[in-house]
Design a protein around this ligand. Structure first.
Ligand code: F0G
Length: 328
């Protein structure tokens, strides 16, 4: 379907709070505790905050989340409420929340847990270790990019494996952003980084115009001989649906961007059909139920037992091919 023979999805939705953020959070919260912090803070599009709230509670630290008003998917807000975090909503996007947290951390001495925290990035290296453990070194790793912490961490981990002599080559990294929030993709192709002031995409997790680690992300792409692509919301939704209906894997839109990116890279001849590719799917579909509910479905409502039985019979006995790409 994507034009590549060997594509693996590294599914991060099975981490304890449903996204890759737990990898770094367990390390960083342990450090916060060790350093004697009483409260921890982060700006977030929803996944960092869910993860931070869960791990902070377990450690007995107070979680303070700074989030863009109306910018966080409902599954992630539900987690914040469940874990009993203090939620500060700002009238603006993630970039404003991030600025606020940097100031808060300086003035109020609460421990910041965004990816400016080096322990977060240390913990997130394990995604690369697991890929290499299971598959060896792929030709490409496709990764969705927002604040660019994860791409930085992935590459640091892989380079350290190389320095330790545990692997003998490195993959090329494909950075994927949404069309409406793509400062790193633009910088990669134009040779000049300009923060994006107004951002818009269905992939709310990566709706970021001023990524903290933009410079490091560009370095990763250069060092790895990789590439950077922007994908449209339509391409993201199509990839989300394809992954769900062809593989039974439910991912949130930001995660589907990495799959959409692979398709685009194959179409453009950047990735070759015989290359071994891993796409990192960073978070679960349950994080963003609204995006899932946006897809079409056959919905037979208010049936009695007999009508339901008839409908099921029809479905079982017809010869319609329901593999993805045939009927849907
Ligand atoms: N995918 C998902 C599902 C995310 O939540 C994020 C980032 C990314 C990809 C991009 O990772 O920022 O390291 O480049 N979410 C952050 C948050 C911003 O607050 O949850 P990145």
């Amino acid at each position: 379907m994507l034009g590549v023979n060997n594509l693996y999805v590294k599914y991060e939705g099975s981490n304890p709070t449903g996204s890759f953020k737990d990898r770094g959070m367990t390390v960083a919260i342990s450090m916060a505790k060790y350093l004697g912090a009483k409260a921890v803070v982060c700006a977030s599009t929803g996944n960092t905050s869910s993860s931070m709230a869960a791990y902070a509670r377990k450690a007995g630290l107070k979680p303070v989340l700074v989030v863009p008003k109306n910018g966080v998917a409902s599954g992630k807000m539900a987690q914040a409420v469940l874990y009993g975090a203090t939620v500060i909503e700002v009238n603006g996007n993630f970039d404003l929340a991030m600025k606020l947290v940097i100031n808060l951390a300086k003035d109020l001495k609460v421990y910041p847990l965004n990816s400016i925290n080096p322990w977060r990035l240390e913990g997130q290296k394990t995604v690369g270790y697991e890929i290499v453990d299971e598959l060896g070194v792929p030709d490409w790793i496709s990764i969705p990019v927002g604040n660019a912490g994860n791409i930085t961490s992935l590459w640091k981990g892989l380079k350290e494996l190389m320095m330790a002599g545990l692997i003998s080559k490195l993959p090329k990294i494909l950075a994927v952003q949404a069309d409406g929030a793509s400062p790193i993709v633009k910088a990669f192709h134009n040779g000049r980084y300009v923060p994006q002031v107004s951002v818009e995409t269905i992939a709310s997790a990566i709706k970021i115009g001023s990524p903290v680690h933009w410079e490091r992300a560009l370095k990763v792409l250069k060092e790895s001989g990789g590439n950077a692509l922007a994908v449209s919301d339509l391409e993201i939704c199509e990839a989300q649906k394809m992954l769900a209906r062809a593989e039974g894997l439910g991912v949130e839109p930001a995660s589907a961007a990495s799959i959409a990116g692979v398709k685009k890279a194959v179409d453009l001849g950047i990735i070759k059909a015989d290359e071994l590719v891993v796409a990192i799917a960073t978070g679960s579909a349950l994080k963003d139920p609204e995006s899932a509910l946006g897809h079409e479905v056959e919905y037979l409502k208010s049936m009695d037992g007999e009508a339901a039985a008839e409908a099921i019979n029809r479905l079982v006995n017809n010869d319609v091919d329901i593999r993805y790409g045939s009927t849907y």
